[in-house]
Design a protein around this ligand. Structure first.
Ligand code: CO
Length: 134
């Protein structure tokens, strides 16, 4: 069911420093920062030949990554995102397998303008999984 690895998201306490690390030390192509208020984050996209890395920084008071950064002050891998062709079919299959979909189960529009869902980390060997219809 899952297709390509769309991105790996890394929560970072200092977006400018993290962007500079990827740009200067690793020589990566990085985007300007984008605010995504619906998801409570500011994102910098790191474009790699085969996938993307997203550097996430909290935006606003209720950012879903604020708690993660409290527990991981230096930053860390927050989630991985896999592509699916049909997000509603994927959701229904996962629910039928007993997997937990976060939120109310309805897809939201993600940072790339496509529908996304998040799956409970306890059901996926300790990793928060995002599915993106792409
Ligand atoms: Co993501």
């Amino acid at each position: 069911m899952i297709g390509r690895l769309n991105h790996v998201a890394i929560a970072v306490p200092d977006l400018e420093a993290a962007t500079a690390t990827y740009k200067n030390a690793l020589g990566a192509e990085v985007s300007e920062p984008h605010d995504v208020p619906e998801h409570g984050v500011t994102v910098v996209f790191v474009n790699l030949p085969n996938t993307k890395v997203e550097l996430l920084h909290p935006l606003g008071d209720k950012s879903p990554i604020a708690k993660f950064l409290e527990n991981n002050a230096g930053g860390g891998i927050h989630h991985v995102c896999y592509e699916v062709k049909d997000i509603l079919a994927a959701r229904d299959k996962l629910k039928s397998e007993g997997m937990r979909v976060l939120g109310n189960g309805d897809p939201k529009i993600g940072a790339h303008g496509n529908p996304v869902l998040f799956l409970h980390p306890k059901d996926f060997v300790g990793t928060l999984v995002e599915l993106e219809q792409a």
